[in-house]
Design a protein around this ligand. Sequence first.
Ligand code: UD1
Ligand code: CA
Length: 459
Amino acid sequence: MENHPLATVILAAGKGTRMKSERPKVLHPLAGRPLVAYPLQLARELGSEKNVLVIGHGAEQVREQFTRDDVVFAIQKQQLGTGHAVQIAATQLSGFQGTILLLCGDVPLLRRQTLEQLLADHRKARATVTVLTAIVGDATGYGRIVRDNGTIARIVEHKDATPEQRAINEINTGIYALEAPRCFELLAQLDNHNAQGEYYLTDIITLARGQGEPVATASLENIEESMGINDRLQLAEAARILRTRINRAHMLAGVTLEDPLTTYIDIDVVIGADSCLQPGVHLRGTTRIGRHCRIETGAVLLDCEVGDHCHIKAGSALEESTLGEKVTVGPMAHLRPGTQLAGHNKIGNFVETKKAVIGLRSQASHLSYIGDAELGCDINIGCGTITCNYDGVNKHKTVIEDGVFVGSDTQFVAPVTIGRNSLIGAGSTITKDVPADALALARTPQKVIEGWCKNRKKK
Ligand code: UD1
Ligand code: CA
């Protein structure tokens, strides 16, 4: 069935009461993405042409997160059950003929291969409904799969189950493949005569069977994939499982993790081969690390781009910064958004940069603040140099041209421009532009009074 269209419905209307949060459950982050982005990503990878997100609690907040036009929303004002939620989604799928993959916004660990198998089994059985099931140790809370001569007969919710049915250890994962438009005709026949007074999607099995429609199951081998997130304990557990997967993939791709258990890498991070991460490193967001980099303990990078052969030393924090190749940062350096280091730079201990564009080979090795600055190549910034960029109302720019040598403890009171190859004497407070090739000195001349201390002691 090569040209059989695929659409996806993601259920995400539930409140997530147990998260005890102001944030809708499906927007809680996991390895750098909101929970609901995981099923959506799978749908996209599988070629789903239309993705319907069923939202209710915190609908506006959820909607704001997704601007791409392959996502449409169906609002479920009252959560009357999973069957009702899919009925609501149907309004966005009128006229759709093909397979609907039904996923949950709070089930982030499913793998693509699992869903490919579900779809393959569904098509092979030419089923109207195929349920992904799993065998578990403790089935408490789950819908049980009741079989009749091997074929699925119905799903019984835990609250509705008899003691015999509760002994069944095959459960409904809540993931399905459904054939549209037939499934919508069946869903229209659901009732809510059950222990929870809800419209159960699971009743579609009984309805389909009753009308002679083929139903099937596919089996999930690794049950951690169907784990739903209901509280923050499960969120942390899912993060641990995902971290194991992510770290494993990086190591197999040639990255050394000295201690994978304490290395935190978000899902969208890219790392080049032969790079080495020490324990306690956090690589967040869309950070990209080149090849042959060394990242030491306690470094935290968010949305950064780091070239090859860079060395980020212990305890450095980098955010929205771009580093060319062979840059050394830290220990304890703070690169804030808008820092761009062209390459072969050294940004040393206790240096803070912000909106600083710095040319090749320029360096600031100790205790400086460089903000709203444009620095050329081959500049040496002496220890304790500060750009005074803020006058209390506006920010001003410091421009330093190629080859300038800045003596220690200099303040640049911006806006100010320093011409190429000039030299700033240590301890200067520079308030006016300096032309090229000049020496600028701006400090109080030293006074020496001989014998002063001796005389004072005598009094
Ligand atoms: C459901 C299944 C159960 C299965 C379990 C797997 C039914 C009746 N039961 O139970 O067989 O073992 O999932 O986790 O389907 N949702 C909405 N709108 C609603 C109700 C739910 O969007 O009106 C969403 C929830 O946000 C959640 C998902 O649907 O993402 C599942 O709902 P939940 O209430 O957790 O279902 P369970 O009772 O756990
Ligand atoms: Ca649930």
